[in-house]
Structure formats: C-alpha cells, structure tokens
Design a protein around this ligand. Structure first.
Ligand SMILES: C[S@@+](CC[C@H](N)C(=O)[O-])C[C@H]1O[C@@H](n2cnc3c(N)ncnc32)[C@H](O)[C@@H]1O
Length: 252
C-alpha cells in the first residue's frame, strides 16, 4: 500500500486555504453514503483523506475536486493503481469551473470549503449543488460556525447583530476576518500563512434557510463540538464550533 498522510493530523494546504482536518462526523456520514451510492463528489477535498476513507469503505466512484492542482497530485500519489480506477480527479474553482450534468451526482461533501466563498460565489455554488444532485441526492456540509473562540468578542457580536437586523442574507461573511478575530494574537500569526483575509462563518439557521429556499429538505442540522470533531484547538469555545448540515434534494 502507498504511504498516506496521517489521517489523525491537520495538514496545511498549499494555497492558504486552511487545513485538511481529520474526518468529522459529517465526513463519516458521507463515507457511509458513498459505499452504496454513486457517483459522489468530495468538493474541496485537499489531499483526499475523505476520498481515501470512502475507497477503503468500498466506494467505487468518487470524484475528487479541488481548486489546487498540487493537492490532487498528492492525493493521486497516495493511491494504488487499482484505487485510481475508482476516482476521477477534477481541478477547478467553485462555483464556475465544474460542469457536472444536471441530476448526475448522488452525493456531495463540502467540508470546510464554504469559508472561502464570497456571498455571490456561495449562492451560485449552493444552486449548482442542487442542480447537480439526482433526486434524493444528498449534500453533506461541514463548516466553522460563528461560535469559535476568536469571534467571541463584543465587536463581532455587535456587527453580526447589526447585519442580521439589517436583513443580510450572509451576515457571517467577513472581508477581513482579522478585524473581528482575537485570541491573544494567535489568530493573526496563524492567518498570515494559513488563511486568506476573507472568511465566511455560519450560523445553522442562516445556512438552513438558504438551503430550504433552494428546495432542499433538511435531514440534519446542528452545531457540532469542535473538540470532538478535531477542529483546530485555537477555535474551541463552547461545543458549537462547527456546523453540520445534511440536506436532501426531493424525489421528483
Ligand atoms: C480547509 S481545506 C478542507 C479540506 C477537507 N475538505 C477537509 O474538510 O479537511 C479547504 C480546501 O478547499 C479547497 N478550495 C478552496 N476554495 C475552493 C474553491 N473555490 N473551489 C474548489 N476548491 C476550493 C482548498 O484548495 C482546500 O483544499
């Protein structure tokens, strides 16, 4: 078997888009789903720990997508020839570079990729996900919530409330996240090489409302414990650091 990246560690991305995280409870639900349904897409797969786990579980048709060519190349290097038969690699950027046929995809995993999308890119991406999914197809989303340690401060709370009161659709999109993020300087050091300035954080009700408006049926939505799901330690606050959503496209 080829050498693989340690699945229990965080692995820094090559393009300043955070870290590939150990697999979360949403990732595990996607892996289980991919055993029996195909094709499935891991959007923003980085070095592919979830893709590899899905293959190990018996998935036969997984599409590994990422904006960064080098990430996909590192995933490719971890696969045996027989495993490569079960993976399609697609390099491109959400929302516009992927052109899956309408109603051709059984499931989509979007884990920690939504933080890197602006409001318009996010709207278009969620619309695309809905179009690509087959009837009864499922979308598995994991993302950082607004309840992470660095955003627990009066300035962010006031701004978030102001945006909600003003009716913003995506109040958690920060063009310069460093303006609102403090953890004794840790965050800013961290950011310089690991994250872009613009980051998108979510509340469950906001994402659920957008998905429902697109036609999705919500099967699961909740805050998830960052510590139990291997969120980076600097974010740990009160057990709501991640949001997880599983949404289904209705049958015809
Ligand atoms: C924080 S990593 C998450 C990796 C993995 N999904 C996980 O949950 O651990 C974000 C990944 O999304 C990719 N990405 C960021 N923006 C993207 C976009 N617009 N389209 C496709 N992939 C993107 C990055 O290259 C990176 O590999």
């Amino acid at each position: 078997m080829k050498t693989r990246l340690d699945p229990a560690q965080h692995h820094k991305t090559k393009n300043r888009k955070g870290f590939m995280h150990p697999i979360t409870e949403i990732g595990n639900r996607f892996i289980f789903f991919s055993k029996n349904e195909s094709p499935t897409v891991d959007m923003g797969c980085a070095y592919g720990n979830t893709v590899i786990a899905a293959l190990d579980a018996g998935a036969k048709n997984v599409i590994a997508c990422d904006i960064e060519k080098e990430h996909l190349s590192i995933l490719n290097d971890q696969l045996d020839e027989s495993e490569k038969q079960n993976v399609i690699f697609k390099q491109g950027a959400l929302p516009n570079d992927f052109d899956f046929t309408k109603e051709s995809i059984a499931g989509i995993h979007a884990s920690l990729v939504l933080p890197y999308l602006s409001e318009n890119e996010l709207d278009q991406s969620l619309h695309n996900f809905y179009q690509w999914l087959k009837p009864n197809g499922k979308l598995f989303i994991l993302s950082y919530s607004i309840f992470i340690k660095e955003l627990i401060n009066q300035q962010f709370e006031d701004e978030y409330k102001r945006r909600c009161n003003a009716g913003w659709k995506w109040p958690g999109y920060l063009e310069n996240a460093n303006e609102y993020s403090y953890t004794d300087g840790v965050r800013n050091e961290h950011d310089a090489s690991s994250f872009p300035l613009a980051l998108h954080y979510f509340a469950v009700d906001i994402l659920v409302s957008a998905l429902t408006n697109l036609g999705f049926i919500i099967e699961f939505s909740d805050y998830l414990d960052g510590e139990k799901n291997s969120a980076v330690e600097e974010t740990w606050y009160d057990g709501r650091e991640f949001i997880g959503v599983i949404a289904r496209k209705p049958s015809r």
